[in-house]
Design a protein around this ligand. Structure first.
Ligand SMILES: Cc1ncc(CO)c(N)n1
Length: 216
């Protein structure tokens, strides 16, 4: 089994709980309450900025020059997408400002930034992989299961179900497999742990948006 196949087996139960969660089923049906989507969007805007910074840092730390370039581009892209959110989605969905990072988002971005800065670069690459891979799978899942015509959230679905995003996802998976090939067993296990942790944080991110969890 490749490292990525092993990693996906480890998160399969988390992935199954994600696609069953009300945030996802209602997004798919187009009946997710606006307030919950607005909460998600503001948090995702903050998330993407910091995710972009973490990716650029991983790029700076990557040993292979092509991996460095790939991660720097991923980082740039995350921030470009953040700008697009600000420019269009914020207006479309009546969001005035981003606001503070609420607990789930705060936890996730700081986990990614500290892992990118202080852990082995292989572990950092594995920690950011769910952000690519789970979104791709969830985007495809919603796209194939949707029935609603005129879903207000269609553009969001199309972004993550689209081929442009798929290319980045394949590249990120390939990179993790390559570094895992020459890593020690201990390092491969730590990479899996990071992949599982970030997947749990993806679950939390959606769940907290659905429940509108804010700082006390
Ligand atoms: C929380 C989260 N994870 C992953 C992505 C996809 O890059 C996103 N936009 N938001």
């Amino acid at each position: 089994m490749t490292w990525s196949e092993q990693a996906w087996v480890a998160i399969e139960p988390i992935y199954q709980s994600i696609v069953a969660m009300p945030f996802i089923t209602e997004l798919q049906e187009g009946n997710l309450p606006l307030e919950k989507f607005q909460f998600y969007m503001t948090q995702d805007s903050g998330y993407l900025e910091h995710f972009g910074r973490a990716l650029a840092l991983i790029g700076a730390r990557a040993s292979d020059i092509n991996d460095a370039l790939a991660f720097m581009r991923f980082g740039e892209n995350a921030i470009v997408v953040e700008n697009a959110l600000h420019a269009s989605y914020f207006q479309d969905f009546g969001i005035v400002e981003r606001g503070v990072l609420e607990p789930a988002c705060h936890h996730y971005v700081h986990y990614l930034k500290s892992t990118a800065a202080l852990d082995a670069v292989e572990v950092a690459m594995a920690a950011v992989l769910p952000c690519f891979w789970i979104y791709k799978e969830v985007g495809n899942y919603i796209y194939t299961h949707q029935r609603a015509i005129g879903n207000p959230y269609q553009r969001w679905i199309d972004t993550y179900a689209g081929e442009d995003f798929a290319v980045s996802v394949r590249r990120a998976i390939e990179c993790c497999n390559r570094v895992a090939d020459t890593a020690t067993d201990y390092m491969r296990v730590r990479m899996i742990d990071a992949f599982v942790t970030a997947s749990r944080l993806e679950y939390r991110f959606w769940d907290s948006a659905y429940r509108l969890v804010r700082w006390e």
